[in-house]
Design a protein around this ligand. Structure first.
Ligand code: ZN
Length: 248
């Protein structure tokens, strides 16, 4: 089975459309790791596009925030403004759709998917401090996660050595293949489609080949200007439009 891994789309339609056109014909099942909406200008159209993929989905914190399931006091001012903006834009049907999204972790095939971490859907896995307990306690060999908007992930070798996964496309490179090995344990992050924060503004996603046990990390440019113009015209904070250009 070949899986399309998308996460943290955040209402960015142009980035999502580019990702889907590049991935066309290369996957059998789509997996979405949460945060379909929040920040970006096209929450309704992004939900429609994602639903049409018939994916396995879990909820993200912004999905919860934008459908009124979460207290916004933990959000910074920009995230709060974007959540309220999105909430006003969402159709009643899409609000209900977000409210019904399942919580991770969710077992899929021989691996699991979750938004933040296996232990806590809202946890940011950014260092060994968070990654190690999850790598050790998660029953599956691999977990797919998002939330940090940073492509890559972490692993434990057969000798229990901790490593960051650094095999990701940088500079002008658009794709890298990371080979999974028996006996190692993995936390894999496909990066963010709609608001990368790893210093690379390009949309990120991944393809998981279950048979060859490999992950292909992919970056692609998209019509960033169009997204930014829609955000500014729609009344979203300028800063949110500007951060897309720097990938922070
Ligand atoms: Zn997110």
């Amino acid at each position: 089975m070949r899986y399309l891994l998308i996460s943290d789309i955040h209402g960015n339609l142009e980035a999502l459309e580019k990702v889907l056109s590049l991935a066309e014909g290369k996957w059998d099942k789509a997996l979405c790791l949460g945060d379909l909406v929040g920040y970006g200008p096209d929450p309704n159209r992004v939900i429609e596009k994602v639903r049409a993929l018939d994916p396995v989905l879990i909820r993200g914190n912004h999905d919860r925030a934008c459908c009124g399931q979460m207290d916004l006091s933990d959000f910074n001012q920009l995230a709060k403004m974007a959540s309220l903006w999105t909430q006003r834009k969402l159709t009643p049907e899409h609000l209900k759709f977000l409210q019904q999204l399942p919580q991770g972790p969710l077992v899929v095939d021989w691996f699991e998917i979750f938004h933040g971490s296996w232990l806590d859907e809202d946890e940011y896995v950014v260092s060994p401090i968070e990654a190690l307990p999850n790598l050790r306690e998660m029953p599956s060999q691999m977990g797919l996660f998002g939330h940090t908007h940073v492509m890559g992930g972490f692993m434990l070798t057969t000798r229990e050595k901790f490593q960051s996964i650094r095999t990701i496309p940088r500079g002008k490179k658009t794709s890298t293949i990371f080979q999974l090995e028996d006996g190692c344990r993995y936390l894999v992050n496909p990066g963010s489609v709609g608001q990368p924060r790893d210093g690379d503004w390009r949309a990120g996603f991944a393809l998981l080949d279950g048979e060859n046990r490999s992950v292909e990390y992919i970056r692609t440019t998209y019509d960033l200007k169009k997204t930014q113009q829609k955000m500014i015209k729609g009344g979203l904070p300028d800063l949110l439009a500007r951060r897309l250009a720097v990938g922070r």
